[in-house]
Design a protein around this ligand. Sequence first.
Ligand code: ADP
Ligand code: MG
Length: 263
Amino acid sequence: MTNRSVPLSTPAADAVAAATGEPLIVLTGVNKHFGDLHVLRDIDLTVAKGEVVVVLGPSGSGKSTLCRAINRLETYESGSITIDGMPLPEEGAALARLRADVGMVFQAFNLFAHKTILQNVTLGPIKVRGRSKAQAEKRAIELLTRVGVEQQAHKYPAQLSGGQQQRVAIARSLAMEPKAMLFDEPTSALDPEMINEVLDVMGQLAQEGMTMIVVTHEMGFARRAADRVIFMSDGQVLEQAPPEEFFNHPTTERAKDFLGKIL
Ligand code: ADP
Ligand code: MG
């Protein structure tokens, strides 16, 4: 269903970087509270260029807060986060560029309801990246073709299925030419028959060398696509390991308990 001849991203540089393990996203000693609740506890995490990290953990363990902190949708009290060696900007045009550099796809599709699919994908590149309308539209059509929704370009989000909307959301992020993509349970709101069409696009992106952090309960995807699995519980990273090692030999009781419930 997707057109595999057109790459989603520009993979060559990332793929080379993955081999060198050059860090792209670095969290050091990050702590965050909501009132009395300590939701991120001394998080140290380095994601290399081209690496795919799947974040697992029970509901309420801090997975969404972690993603939101990296995109500065949440503040934090201590520690540091850098993207490509630069600290997260606080506000203004620099913050808009950060959010273009680190695309985020949420559980809810979050498309602009009163804009067409094509406008959804061209708006950011024109506003934040300074592209001409013609350039932005050309690239948008390529990306929409690639994720298999080019026929829908002139429709509005409500006219598309959930799976189509989520593929548009991915195309919209990719149109910004991000250095990394964050996915926070991107298939959790989808009807079962639409989950794979979204996971396929994400898997393809991973193969092309995109740096990705993916929060998901799709264990098949984690096994197939992850370079590393991170298990969070109560705001802490309790385990990190390659997927086969994590799934076959979890070391903590909490991870064993979690896997016992979902597998
Ligand atoms: P997960 O994504 O792993 O389910 P979250 O990061 O959403 O976990 O939430 C971690 C904890 O922080 C939960 O206990 C949640 O209820 C709490 N929390 C999340 N967002 C807020 C908020 N805006 N205000 C207060 N508490 C919050
Ligand atoms: Mg969450």
